[in-house]
Design a protein around this ligand. Structure first.
Ligand SMILES: *[C@@H]1O[C@H](CO)[C@@H](O)[C@H](O)[C@H]1NC(C)=O
Ligand SMILES: *[C@@H]1O[C@H](CO)[C@@H](O)[C@H](O)[C@H]1NC(C)=O
Ligand SMILES: *[C@@H]1O[C@H](CO)[C@@H](O)[C@H](O)[C@H]1NC(C)=O
Ligand SMILES: *[C@@H]1O[C@H](CO)[C@@H](O)[C@H](O)[C@H]1NC(C)=O
Ligand SMILES: *[C@@H]1O[C@H](CO)[C@@H](O)[C@H](O)[C@H]1NC(C)=O
Ligand SMILES: *[C@@H]1O[C@H](CO)[C@@H](O)[C@H](O)[C@H]1NC(C)=O
Ligand SMILES: *[C@@H]1O[C@H](CO)[C@@H](O)[C@H](O)[C@H]1NC(C)=O
Ligand SMILES: *[C@@H]1O[C@H](CO)[C@@H](O)[C@H](O)[C@H]1NC(C)=O
Length: 905
């Protein structure tokens, strides 16, 4: 009692001396609480912003001992702070400099708070707290930074002055005890195979805390010393110190066993669960003891015991059996807290909870032992995938993206939209909308909306009518209070059917080709290219084009003689000049659209197809082959050269049976073809090729068509010619003389035989063969009129009422190519009309087909048979669309020979 009064007065002096030095404010914000065998001081983070805090222990004489890490371990203090900066200080009720009476401890702590940058500006607060506590016979405390055991001793402490130096007694009691030294008391550590004794003061020098109180003996040890052992007990590693403290009283040497054991790797984690398992039977603590009795377990959070109901409500698990106690704490359960972190730029979380387990038991050796384990648990970093929710609905024309949820300690710092980084206030001033969504559990998410029309939204054409709106957004975050940063980037792509394509159109005038492009909304990235050269306002002029633009259209004009155009086709109708244009996506170089403007300009007749099969071709120098030497042009047969040439044109004239000209028959026409080539000197591959064709029909005019497409190179030249046919009437059966034009109408009598001959005129092509398909007679010059009398039907002699006879043709002075002729005789001349013999004007007609004599059987029109070798085989094809040609005779006048014989002359 006397001591405690003295103490209070001492403290009074102490406080005033501190106040004299500094002006401490009220220490009320420092919350003190006596919890189990500990005093706890809580300093909320709000008072510690940008401040450091240190603690000092004040002893009964008013001396202050600054608590550093080492002193904390040796003297029983623990300072910790959570991630928010709340600081918790704990002191063992057995800590050094504590005034300990039997059932109460008074602890005086000075708290210094100062700005992080200036320790001298420290403000001090003094906390003196007296905690009552009823000690068990043995108390073992496993704090985070030290292990502590205190044991009740029955014999009162001796006054130091009474101690004598009698080393021989030590030695006889304990051979390892240090002999020959003036020592009051000693500690013996029991190592696996040996014992190690040292003076208490030496043990204190190496970090042990050893002391006595009125009634207790105390040993405090760090977790790792030379004397600690790692023991595996029931699968859990314990740090253990087996020690005996010896002290001498009068004539006796007394020994107190101060064994301590604390688990070190007893907590296991999964992503969902923290499992803490501690064996109950700790043999190092039970040496010499019988079985434990009255075992009791307490479990709690923040040093407060939880009832079994509270444990169940918080979804913790507590399983206790004879061998061990297992605690399960679901990650995220009440009592702990989540914290955000960044590791390698990756966002993640941890969960922290401060728990304790207290095991009290009774045994024969020690009486009641209380073993308390404190665990400040933090789960390993758990990387989190940041959920980004795209809530864009294209109809609202707004990107809508939500990122989160995050723990409340995550702050959005900035947002990068496209290439622009904006802080949150800058962002709000813009066209963007940022909403913070707070969930009931406190977590937060951030929703950003960005209109499609924003300049930082990228728009790309996606083909057809679709445009792609691309929002690349990076959210920059900071974690408070640690200021760790991380970012999340997302790209949101939305397809919208709102593309308006550039619409090209074109027109031609005398000397220019013009393209007008209506811009649409996807032309921004599209550059018009002509012949692989971009045509922009900047490049147009040097490329011989004129570029004009306004907000809705642009126009490109090129001269018809410029290098930008291509000669697509040159024929008798004129020259087709094309301006091919390709719109190229300038972001990736892909052609997006290709079109061309083609214009026809009349030219001089470039190709002539004469009826005798002679072809005349004029070749113009083309800009696409600037080095072309017109004099060196040849036909398929390289010996066929131009008959005349100038700098700009060359002319070939050649019969169709020369110069390797080929003939071709189609359904509707006969075609002669050849090619004009230009070979660069010494080269065998043609640098230029012009295909030339003469299409022979009877006399229709055909209109050529040319499409608006990228022209194929080389071009083709095609012209049309007519074939000449004649149907003649011979004056005799030998076909030696014929009626001339002036002799028509020729008068014939009913019984006369008529000798007809059909000839393909002028052709010098020996390979052609003329065939008669049908021949008939009409009463008028119109071959389609009625009445009509058949003479040759389907290439056969018509034998029903009058006889038709074919006659062979042989070469003679007049007939050069017999295959170009056919002859037939109409013998019985009884054309009936309304049952009477027809008398009057009559005309003969034939439909004729020209075939390739050496390839008859490959041409369906030419395979017919009636009289082998003289007429074709097979049936005729449809007449209307084929290459049949018609020939007609002049008028004949049919008279009755009966009448004539009855005539007077
Ligand atoms: C820790 O600090 C935060 C913020 O200052 C406060 O909200 C919280 O209640 C504190 N926690 C404790 C256990 O003191
Ligand atoms: C031992 O305890 C006494 C009384 O509480 C105290 O004055 C002394 O400082 C303590 N010594 C050590 C080294 O802890
Ligand atoms: C405050 O604490 C920080 C972090 O521990 C340390 O870097 C700093 O030096 C301290 N400030 C002072 C004045 O001691
Ligand atoms: C964004 O999406 C959310 C969820 O669909 C909706 O509630 C909100 O109105 C949308 N905001 C905008 C601007 O479209
Ligand atoms: C932001 O959102 C609010 C509420 O949804 C709306 O009233 C406001 O017009 C939006 N602002 C912009 C710029 O979109
Ligand atoms: C945006 O925030 C992130 C994360 O906090 C940070 O790393 C980055 O430097 C910030 N950018 C700018 C331009 O401020
Ligand atoms: C975090 O940043 C704030 C504001 O910039 C600053 O006051 C604070 O000291 C920083 N905290 C840490 C732990 O760096
Ligand atoms: C976002 O949502 C829009 C509208 O539903 C959708 O068209 C788009 O494909 C989505 N983008 C992504 C990246 O999911």
């Amino acid at each position: 009692m006397k001591l405690s009064i003295g103490l209070i007065s001492l403290v009074g002096i102490l406080i005033s001396s501190v106040m004299g030095q500094q002006r401490p404010g009220s220490a009320d914000f420092i919350v003190s609480s006596c919890k189990r065998s500990l005093l706890q001081l809580d300093l909320p983070a709000v008072y510690l912003v940008n401040k450091n805090v240190t603690f000092a222990a004040i002893d009964q004489y008013g001396s202050a001992y600054e608590i550093g890490d080492q002193l904390a371990v040796q003297c029983g203090y623990r300072t910790s702070s959570d991630f928010w900066g709340n600081v918790t200080f704990r002191a063992s009720l057995m800590s050094c400099y504590t005034q300990i009476l039997d059932d109460q401890s008074t602890i005086t702590i000075r708290i210094n708070i100062f700005p992080t940058w200036d320790k001298s500006a420290s403000v001090s607060y003094l906390k003196q707290v007296t905690c009552p506590y009823t000690w068990d016979a043995r108390e073992i405390l496993c704090e985070m930074n030290y292990m502590e055991v205190s044991v009740r001793r029955k014999i009162p402490m001796i006054a130091e002055s009474a101690l004598q130096d009698e080393p021989e007694d030590w030695v006889s009691a304990f051979p390892e005890a240090v002999a020959g030294l003036v020592s009051i008391w000693q500690v013996v550590f029991h190592l696996p195979s040996t014992r190690k004794a040292m003076l208490v003061r030496d043990a204190q020098k190496i970090g042990y805390g050893i002391n006595t109180t009125e009634s207790r003996m105390l040993l405090r040890s760090p977790y790792k010393t030379a004397e600690t052992q790692l023991l595996n007990i029931g699968g859990v590693n314990f740090s253990s110190v087996r020690s005996t403290i010896l002290y001498k009283q009068r004539w006796m040497i007394l020994m107190v066993d101060t064994a301590v054991a604390c688990p070190v790797d007893d907590v296991k984690y999964t992503k969902q669960m923290i499992t803490w398992s501690v064996p109950k039977v700790l043999l190092p603590l039970l040496i010499g003891a019988s079985r434990l009795k009255n075992s009791r377990i307490a479990f709690g959070v923040d040093l407060l015991t939880l009832t079994s109901t509270e444990i169940a409500n918080r979804k913790y698990g507590l399983m206790d059996n004879y061998l061990d106690t297992t605690v399960n704490v679901p990650v995220g359960a009440q009592g702990g807290y989540f914290k955000s972190h960044v590791s390698n730029g990756q966002y993640g979380i941890t969960y922290s909870i401060n728990v304790f387990l207290e095991h009290e038991w009774d045994d024969s050796m020690w009486g009641v032992t209380k073993h308390t384990i404190i665990k400040e648990i933090t789960t390993p970093f758990d990387a989190q995938l940041t959920p980004i929710i795209n809530e864009t609905i294209s109809t609202t024309k707004t990107f809508n993206v939500t990122i989160g949820p995050f723990l409340p300690d995550v702050q959005l710092v900035n947002i990068t939209v496209g290439l622009e980084t904006l802080t949150i206030p800058e962002l709000m001033a813009k066209n963007y909308n940022l909403t913070t969504i707070t969930y009931p559990n406190g977590s937060v998410a951030f929703r950003l909306t960005v209109p499609f029309t924003d300049q930082n939204v990228k728009i790309e054409y996606n083909g057809e009518t679709t445009r792609v709106y691309i929002l690349v957004v990076t959210f920059g975050f900071k974690i408070i209070p640690t200021n760790e940063t991380f970012t999340c980037t997302t790209t949101i792509v939305t397809l919208v059917r709102d593309a308006v394509l550039p619409q090209p159109s074109g027109y031609c005038d005398m000397n220019t080709l013009n393209v007008i492009v209506k811009r649409g909304n996807v032309d921004i990235n599209w550059i018009p290219y002509v012949n692989n050269i971009p045509l922009t306002p900047e490049t147009a002029q040097s490329n011989g084009a004129v570029f004009m633009a306004n907000s809705t259209h642009y126009t490109i004009t090129v001269n018809r003689y410029s290098d930008n155009v291509m000669y697509e086709e040159i024929n008798n109708a004129g020259m087709t000049v094309t301006l091919p244009l390709t719109l190229v996506d300038n972001t990736n170089g892909n052609p997006m659209s290709t079109f061309s403007v083609s214009c026809s300009y009349p030219t001089a007749k470039l190709i002539d197809c004469f009826p005798n099969g002679t072809i005349a071709v004029t070749v113009l120098k083309l800009s696409t082959v600037p080095d072309m030497e017109l004099s060196q042009l040849v036909l398929r047969d390289k010996s066929c050269r131009p008959v005349i040439y100038t700098d700009t044109s060359a002319k070939f004239v050649f019969p169709v049976n020369t110069c390797l000209t080929t003939r071709k028959f189609t359904q509707t026409m006969m075609i002669y073809e050849n090619d004009v080539y230009y070979y660069r000197p010494g080269l065998t591959d043609a640098a230029y090729k012009l295909h030339v064709a003469c299409n022979y029909t009877t006399n229709q005019t055909l209109i050529l068509q040319y499409g608006y497409e990228v022209p194929p190179s080389p071009s083709a030249q095609t012209a049309f010619g007519t074939l000449a046919l004649v149907l003649r009437l011979s004056k005799d059966s030998r076909y030696s003389t014929f009626y001339g034009d002036a002799e028509y109408p020729v008068v014939k009598y009913l019984m006369d035989a008529l000798y007809f001959e059909v000839e393909l005129l002028y052709s010098v092509d020996p390979q052609l063969e003329l065939f008669l398909d049908n021949c008939w007679a009409t009463a008028s010059p119109d071959k389609t009129s009625f009445p009509k009398w058949d003479v040759v039907v389907n290439s056969c002699e018509f034998v029903e009422t009058y006889q038709t006879i074919f006659h062979p043709v042989a070469a003679d002075s007049r007939v050069v190519y017999p295959s170009h002729l056919k002859r037939f005789e109409v013998k019985m001349f009884t054309f009936m009309n309304a049952d009477r013999a027809y008398l009057g004007e009559i005309y003969f007609h034939c439909s004729v087909i020209i075939c390739d004599a050496v390839q008859l059987y490959t041409d369906p029109l030419c395979t017919k048979s009636c009289i082998p070798a003289r007429q074709r085989t097979g049936r005729s094809a449809k007449l209307d669309t084929d290459r049949h040609q018609y020939v007609s005779s002049g008028a004949l006048l049919l008279k009755s020979n009966v009448l004539s014989s009855l005539s007077p002359y």
